[in-house]
Design a protein around this ligand. Structure first.
Ligand SMILES: [Mn+2]
Length: 271
C-alpha cells in the first residue's frame, strides 16, 4: 500500500511484548513519503532494568534506515520511555530526524501537532487552576509532570503517571482517557492547529471534537495499529493483521470494546 504519511507509536523495543514481527511485515508492505515514530519506540526504562535486544530489532532498525535512505522521510518523536534520546534532539541519525514534537502539514493543507502525549498526563487536574492563571502559566504547568518524573528518576523511582495509577481503578480509566484527550484537544486549539496526532495511552482512536481532530496511533504492543494519510490528506486508522483468520472483523474501536478494554489493560502494562 502506498500512503503519503504513516504514523506509528509505542513499539516499546526492549519489552518482550513488542510486536516486531508484525511491524516488520507491515513496513514491508506499506510505502510512504513520510514516516513518523510517535514516541516510546525504544523502551529505555525496560532496557535499563534488563537488557533485551533481539536480531529482529536490528532488522527493524535496518528497515527504517533503508527507508530513510530511499524515498521516505523518517521523523522520530521522543516519548517518556525513550527520553534518554532527548539529549540528541534536533539531530539527525542516518537521515532520521529526532524531535520532541513537530507539525505535520497534510496534503489538504491542514496542520497537525505531532507529539507522543506524555506531557499531558494528568493535565486536567489543573484545569480549575488553569482558569485562574490563564495561558501564561499554561505551558509551565504542562511541564510539571515531566519535571516530577525527572526528579523521581534521579531518586531511583520509576516513571509515575496517572495512567499506571488508574490501572487499579478500572472505573477511573475512561475518565483518564477522556481527560487526556480533552487536554490534548485544548492545547491543540490554543496552538492554532487543526488536529493532534499522538500515542502514549495505547488506545487507537480518531475523534472529532468541534473544530479539532484527535488522532491516537495506538501501539505495537497489543493493538498493532497505525495512522495513515492518503494523497488527498485524509487520515485513517488501520489495524495490521498478519493472520486475518484469527481475528474477527469488528470495527476498530467499538463502544463495546471501549468498555471491555479500558486503558492500561495492555499486554505489557506499559504506558
Ligand atoms: Mn508513553
Amino acid at each position: 500500500m502506498n500512503y503519503r504519511t504513516i504514523w506509528i507509536s509505542d513499539v516499546h523495543l526492549g519489552t518482550r511484548h513488542a510486536r516486531v514481527t508484525a511491524l516488520l511485515e507491515f513496513l514491508r508492505e506499506a510505502e510512504c513519503e513520510h514516516l513518523y515514530l510517535v514516541g516510546d519506540f525504544i523502551d529505555g526504562w525496560q532496557l535499563r532494568r534488563k537488557w533485551y535486544w533481539t536480531e529482529e530489532y536490528n532488522l527493524l532498525i535496518q528497515k527504517l534506515l533503508r527507508k530513510s535512505r530511499k524515498r521516505t522521510r523518517v521523523t522520530f518523536v521522543t516519548g517518556n520511555h525513550d527520553e534518554f534520546l532527548e539529549q540528541f534532539l534536533g539531530l539527525s541519525f542516518g537521515g532520521v530526524r529526532l524531535v520532541e514534537r513537530t507539525v505535520h502539514q497534510a496534503a489538504d493543507g491542514k496542520k497537525y501537532l505531532v507529539l507522543h502525549g506524555h506531557q499531558f498526563d494528568g493535565v486536567m487536574h489543573f484545569n480549575r487552576l488553569l482558569d485562574r492563571v490563564g495561558s501564561v502559566l499554561y505551558e509551565r504547568i504542562l511541564d510539571v509532570n515531566v519535571w516530577v518524573n525527572r526528579c523521581r528518576r534521579w531518586c531511583g523511582f520509576g516513571y509515575w503517571s496517572f495512567a499506571s495509577y488508574i490501572k487499579l481503578k478500572a472505573k477511573s480509566a475512561m475518565k483518564y482517557v477522556s481527560d487526556y484527550e480533552e487536554s490534548l484537544i485544548q492545547f491543540t486549539r490554543k496552538s492554532g492547529m487543526d488536529g493532534v496526532i499522538c500515542g502514549h495511552i495505547h488506545r487507537p482512536e480518531i475523534r472529532n471534537l468541534g473544530d479539532i481532530c484527535y488522532y491516537n496511533c495506538g501501539d505495537w504492543v497489543e493493538n498493532c495499529t497505525a495512522l495513515v494519510e492518503d494523497f488527498e490528506g485524509n487520515i485513517k486508522l488501520i489495524r495490521f493483521e498478519s493472520h486475518p483468520e484469527t481475528k474477527e472483523s469488528a470495527p476498530l474501536v467499538s463502544e463495546e470494546e471501549k468498555e471491555l478494554h479500558p486503558v492500561g489493560q495492555t499486554a505489557g502494562g506499559v504506558i
